[in-house]
Design a protein around this ligand. Structure first.
Ligand SMILES: [Zn+2]
Length: 312
């Protein structure tokens, strides 16, 4: 049996794993992302990990899922917001020159979406929108089975479509962007703000913890939650009218273990979209199945595709 070694490079951690052709993950670990001298330390770290894994597994390809704007054809990091010094790295070339193995490099949200298409929640579907709710909103659009890249790999940034005219300031420079209302961070910030108004001082709380308070009937959490569901659904309804997808998959910690959360979004979307859009299907929104591993599976799938082209 031969294996693909896959990495999911984020701003804080690099997750990595070994996956076989059938999509079974046989090894998984993570390591902190180097904080300085990325151009030197990051490739060194990847090389070190691959060499260690080569002692145990017959590695036939390398798959990289990475934060940032990626040219997947060249395997190059065009721009990274959260890892200074990473922009411009020719990751594919560096790893190919060292190992002489096929290397694929793709953006992490696109990789996660491909992972869900291969082994997760979107198997067999051809028109799909994939979102991850976290600090911001990452998103990918699939039409006729293909990722929509746009002319400069920039297509599908749903997080920066405006849903409130003149609304909250966004990091992108505009006001009222979707992610300022519908990302998990917005949910948490709203909750903290509302509790402060009530004279309480909550500093550190996660979206999942607030969901637990909602379940217990906490009035502040419930009010913030109702608004959050509305904003998420408002943005998704725009997507439904624009793209008429078969399914919308939501990833991110908050979506993966919260059935009620997904049900509430489905119910709210029904109120927002024209009835003809949901006459054939009751449920449009589904949670991601693979969670944090989706990027690794997507990276593996892309490398396997590359291998099969090479073998033809
Ligand atoms: Zn924005």
């Amino acid at each position: 049996m031969d294996y693909i070694v896959c990495f999911d490079i984020g701003g804080t951690f690099i997750k990595y794993g070994v996956i076989n052709r059938n999509g079974q993950m046989l090894f998984k670990d993570k390591v902190e992302t180097p904080k300085s001298d990325i151009q030197k330390l990051l490739p060194e770290l990847l090389v070190e990990k691959i060499e260690i894994l080569q002692n145990e597994f017959l590695i036939v390809g390398i798959g990289i899922s990475s934060c940032g704007l990626i040219n997947h054809e060249k395997g190059e990091i065009l721009f990274s917001n959260n890892l200074p010094g990473y922009s411009g790295m020719k990751l594919s070339e560096i790893l190919f020159n060292h190992f002489k193995l096929p290397v694929s490099v793709e953006n992490d949200v696109k990789s996660a979406c491909l992972g869900e298409m291969w082994r997760g929640a979107i198997q067999g579907k051809k028109n799909v929108v994939f979102l991850t709710l976290g600090t911001g909103i990452g998103s990918t659009i699939i039409i006729d089975g293909n990722i929509v890249n746009g002319s400069n790999y920039l297509a599908g940034e749903l997080g920066h479509t405006v849903i409130v005219n003149g609304g909250r300031q966004c990091g992108c420079g505009r006001r009222g962007c979707y992610e300022r209302y519908a990302a998990t961070s917005a949910f948490v910030n709203d909750f903290i703000e509302e509790t402060k108004k009530n004279g309480e001082d909550v500093e550190n709380i996660s979206g999942e913890e607030i969901l637990k308070l909602v379940e217990k009937g906490d009035p502040i959490a419930s009010a913030v939650y109702t608004r959050f569901i509305h904003y998420i659904s408002l943005g998704l309804s725009n997507i439904v009218h624009l793209l008429n997808p078969e399914a919308i998959i939501i990833g991110g910690g908050i979506a993966e273990r919260a059935d009620q959360f997904i049900q509430d979004i489905n119910a709210e979307i029904k109120k927002e979209v024209m009835p003809i859009y949901h006459q054939d299907q009751d449920v449009l929104v589904f949670p991601s199945i693979l969670g944090n591993d989706a990027g690794l599976f997507g990276a593996c799938h892309l490398t396997l595709k590359k291998l099969s082209h090479l073998q033809v």
